[in-house]
Design a protein. Structure first.
Length: 115
């Protein structure tokens, strides 16, 4: 069973940056398309960025395009999300998971952006 542990969240001001990390146990991680999801208060969880197994294709939600960058290090079983120019609307709990055949969700990491 793959376990996902997200970290790197925090309280920042609008315009600042954060880098999230997601460590996964299990070798199967490297074969999967991975994504970062966000759940804002009172809203459904949404996919904000995804990356293919070899990292050669990345996709982003329109709301984060140009500001967020997803990357992965398969040797470390880790996925990253670099978030720049953060906005108040980016506030939420961030999770990583496979895009297809999802694993059990981790605890997520809270990102709070203040004005």
């Amino acid at each position: 069973q793959v376990q996902l542990v997200e970290s790197g969240g925090g309280l920042v001001q609008a315009g600042e940056s954060l880098r999230l990390s997601c460590a996964a146990s299990g070798s199967i991680f490297s074969r999967n398309v991975m994504g970062w999801y966000r759940q804002a208060p009172g809203k459904q969880r949404e996919l904000v960025a995804s990356i293919t197994s070899l990292g050669n294709t990345k996709n982003y939600a329109d709301s984060v395009k140009g500001r967020f960058t997803i990357s992965r290090d398969n040797a470390k079983n880790t996925v990253y999300l670099q978030m720049n120019s953060l906005k108040i609307g980016d506030t939420g709990v961030y999770y990583c998971n496979a895009v297809y055949n999802q694993y059990v969700w981790g605890q997520g990491t809270q990102v709070t952006v203040s004005s």
